[in-house]
Structure formats: structure tokens, C-alpha cells
Ligand binder design. Structure first.
Ligand code: ATP
Ligand code: MG
Length: 435
């Protein structure tokens, strides 16, 4: 009978169980037959173990292609190998599925493959521990975010991703057929999360959103994971505090994880990330400081100009760290952003940057329905398309603030990835819809 249940993972095999009969399972990373002795390097999700095959069993090693999945019964014994004090003496081996060679990529990483080839064979690519490490870090970072926010009384919600009307104007929306009607894929939970502060006070959502961004950059995907938070009776300073704590807790989780050391990145990047002083507040630049900085460097920028990719790259050169850009002109912000009480031309808004890379956008939201209607009209949007949303503003909407954090971008920064595609399992961009 085929027996598939392991008794141990590889990292549980140690000197305390010498002499025990165990069953381990995984895939063949390497196999060597040196005549009257054979060796299998068996890898599972926790690491590798050397399996020694005696003369009596050597015939079992024929036709066992690398990467095949196997189950091994054996006895734990002391090893003479340099990198491990224990090994497993083979009693029985069962091949579950043979890997059919040639494989599209070499998941040991000994032979390098182009990024496209790796993404085409992503499941196999994940047998490379340095690739898998990124996704372990994603998983534990999500735990950290959830724990941090829940401790702060935020509750997790789930809003629809198929929506009947464009949530923030129409740009970049994917349209789809919904029976006899048109529907859209959500670009953000913006309107829902604002409405939810009415009854749930402080909420967060972690979900994928869709943007028809028909450009190929290292930081845009058409489907990305966003961490959205929204809180009643808070202003933008409060939200900046919250998101700074969230990001710092994630930095801490990532850099203290064993998976961080397994990520492939330059020593320079690794040091920079691990040396971030999480006791030091993130710097805050005002939008106007950025305009002044750009003008000093020879650009001709006026108040009200948006900061282009090029501008942010210039600013990012001088600030190669996490920092906020606050107090943007109201007129270049979406209709739902609140003006600043001390200057109506400005808004209670912020972005969190890492160098040139935008990670978060947020701010205080307008909660006065009359002002929202005016802002919609100013921006050429029709209040009639927002009736559904605006209703709740007449039901006693509290003042509220929030933000959206691009989770993939944060992971990109913390794992030293050059391209957002490296940190997403099955990235979607204008050219990539499969696998
Ligand atoms: P950008 O200017 O970089 O395109 P944005 O200002 O359009 O971003 P927001 O609407 O502010 O994006 O979304 C909040 C956050 O979500 C961004 O700061 C970013 O981290 C992330 N994000 C937005 N669009 C994408 C995308 N296409 N791919 C990956 N992450 C994204
Ligand atoms: Mg933004």
C-alpha cells in the first residue's frame, strides 16, 4: 500500500532521534551513485537531509530523475557529512511522481533562468528556497498586519470585488459582462470602507484589486494586494501613526525571520533593510518641500503640479528611506479627500514612500455630503452616479480617515526585489494572463 504520511519534516531530524525509524517525504534535489554506495539529497519545505543507500538497495536508485517526489522509510544515524550531524539510512523508497526531464527551469538555481521562464513554471520555481522564502515572508507579514490592526480595535471586513458602477471615476477600470448588465472589477474598496465606518468604526480589508494600467513598469500589476484601513473619528495624523506602526512591525517580522536570510539580495540592500531604526519616526516632507527641492535642483515646478515618476525619482535619490509626503494640493486629490482647516488649497493627505517608490496613499475624508457633491462636480464627475454611496452620508456619517497600502510593493522593498513580479505568485500584467 502506498503510504504518504510523513513522521518527520527534515528539520525535525536531529541527534535526539538517532536509531529511530522515520518516514520522510519531499523531492530529490540530488542523487549520486558511487558504485557500492548511493546518496539522495531529499529536500522538503524545511530543508534537506542526506539519505544513504547501502549496496543492498543500490538498484533502487535507477531511473529516479531529480525533482521527482518520493517517500522514504529509513533509520536516523550519525553522519560523517560536513554540513550535517545526522542522516537517514534508506530502508524503502517509493516514487510518487516522476519529474519528466528536461524540466523548464532548474529550481536549485544552479542554472539561472530568465524571469519569464521562471514565472511560466512558478510552482517548480518555488522549490528554490530563496524564491519560497519571499512567499513565507508574505505570509508572516500578513499575520503581523492583521495582529497589529486587531490589537488597535480594527476589525477585518470583506467588500465586493464585482461592482456595478465605477467607484472613483472611470479610468483604469476593467469592464466585464454580468449576465445582461455591465459590471466592473473593483479598483479599491474606497467607497465601501468609508461607508463602513458608520457602523463598524475602525475597519481594515486585505484584498486584491484590479487596474487596467496598460503600462509595463516594475511596480504596477493589473491585480495587486492592498491593505486598506479606515477609521472613524481620526484624522490623517492618526492614520499616519497607525500605518507607520504597521510597516515597522512588518519590517521587524521580516528582518528577524529565518526566511529573510534565505532571500537573494545584495549585502548592501540586506544591511540597509536590517539596519532600519524602528524607534526613529519616519521623516515627513510636505508636498511644498518636494516642490522646493525640485526647483533647487533646476526643475520648474509650481504649486499644484503633480509629482511625476521622474520627480519622485529625483526626490527619492535624496531620501532613500521610508518617508511621508504630506499636505498635497486639494485640487490634485480625489473628490473624497478633506481640505486642511488651516489652508483650503491644501488637503489632509499623505503618501508613504520608500525612496522613489510609493507604498501608501491616504488622508482624511470629506464627510459633509454637500461638500462631496461640490467636489464631484469640480472634478467633472456626476453626483448622480454616486447616489448609492452618498446616501450613507445622510445617515450620520462620522468624520473618518484611512489609507491603502500596496502590500506587494512593501514586500518588494523588504526582500530587495527589483521587480514586483518577483514577489507575486502569479503576476498579472498587460502581457501576462497565464499561468
Ligand atoms: P502609482 O502612482 O504608483 O500608480 P497610485 O497613486 O495610482 O499609485 P493609489 O490609488 O494611491 O495608487 O493606491 C494605493 C497604493 O496601492 C499605492 O500607493 C500602491 O502601493 C498600490 N498600488 C496602486 N496601484 C498599483 C498597481 N497597479 N500595482 C501594484 N500596486 C499598486
Ligand atoms: Mg497614490
Amino acid at each position: 500500500m502506498e503510504e504518504i504520511h510523513r513522521t518527520h519534516y527534515n528539520n525535525q531530524i536531529n541527534e535526539s532521534i538517532i536509531g529511530s525509524n522515520i518516514r520522510i517525504a519531499g523531492w530529490i534535489e540530488d542523487i549520486r551513485d558511487i558504485g557500492n554506495l548511493g546518496f539522495i539529497i531529499l529536500r522538503d519545505v524545511t530543508g534537506t537531509i542526506q539519505v544513504v543507500v547501502g549496496k543492498e538497495n543500490i538498484s533502487l536508485l535507477t531511473d529516479l530523475p531529480r525533482q521527482s517526489s518520493i517517500v522514504i522509510d529509513g533509520i536516523v544515524q550519525i553522519s560523517k557529512a560536513k554540513d550535517s550531524s545526522v542522516e537517514v539510512k534508506l530502508k524503502k523508497i517509493e516514487t510518487m511522481t516522476k519529474a519528466v526531464h528536461p524540466l523548464p527551469i532548474d529550481p536549485t538555481g544552479r542554472v539561472e533562468s530568465a524571469s519569464d521562464k521562471r514565472l511560466d513554471a512558478r510552482s517548480l520555481d518555488l522549490r528554490n528556497p530563496s524564491v519560497a522564502a519571499i512567499f513565507h515572508l508574505r505570509s508572516i507579514s500578513l499575520d503581523t498586519i492583521r495582529n497589529t490592526l486587531k490589537l488597535d480595535r480594527f476589525i477585518e471586513v470583506n467588500t465586493p470585488k464585482i461592482i456595478g458602477s465605477a467607484s472613483e471615476g472611470g479610468a483604469n477600470l476593467f469592464e466585464c459582462q454580468y449576465f445582461k448588465r455591465k459590471a466592473y472589477l473593483a479598483q479599491s474598496p474606497q467607497l465601501y470602507k468609508e461607508q463602513l465606518t458608520l457602523g463598524l468604526d475602525k475597519i481594515f480589508e486585505i484584498a486584491q484589486y484590479y487596474r487596467a494600467e496598460n503600462s509595463n513598469t516594475i511596480r504596477h500589476l493589473t491585480e495587486f494586494l492592498s491593505v486598506d484601513i479606515e477609521a472613524a473619528y481620526q484624522d490623517y495624523e492618526d492614520i499616519m501613526k497607525t500605518i507607520e506602526i504597521v510597516v515597522k512591525n512588518v519590517i521587524n517580522t521580516v528582518t528577524s525571520s529565518e526566511y529573510f536570510s534565505k532571500c537573494e539580495m545584495s549585502e548592501e540592500k540586506r544591511n540597509k533593510i536590517s539596519q532600519i531604526d524602528i524607534n526613529k519616526p519616519f521623516n515627513k516632507l510636505r508636498y511644498q518641500d518636494c516642490i522646493d527641492e525640485l526647483n533647487r535642483s533646476g526643475e520648474k515646478k509650481e504649486f499644484g503640479d503633480d509629482l511625476s515618476d521622474l520627480d519622485l525619482r529625483k526626490i527619492g535619490k535624496n531620501h532613500q528611506e521610508f518617508f511621508f509626503i504630506t499636505d498635497w494640493p486639494l485640487k490634485i486629490k480625489p473628490f473624497y479627500i478633506h481640505e486642511k482647516a488651516s489652508n483650503y488649497e491644501l488637503s489632509e493627505s499623505f503618501d508613504l514612500q520608500y525612496g522613489f517608490l510609493e507604498l501608501v496613499s491616504g488622508g482624511r475624508r470629506q464627510h459633509d455630503p454637500v461638500k462631496i457633491k461640490n467636489r464631484l462636480e469640480e472634478q467633472g464627475l456626476s453626483p448622480s452616479s454616486f447616489v448609492e454611496h452618498l446616501k450613507s452620508f445622510n445617515w450620520g456619517m462620522p468624520p473618518h480617515s484611512g489609507c491603502g497600502l500596496g502590500f506587494d510593493r512593501l514586500i518588494m522593498v523588504l526582500t530587495g526585489a527589483e521587480n514586483i513580479r518577483d514577489v507575486v505568485l502569479y503576476p498579472r500584467d498587460p502581457d501576462r494572463l497565464n499561468p
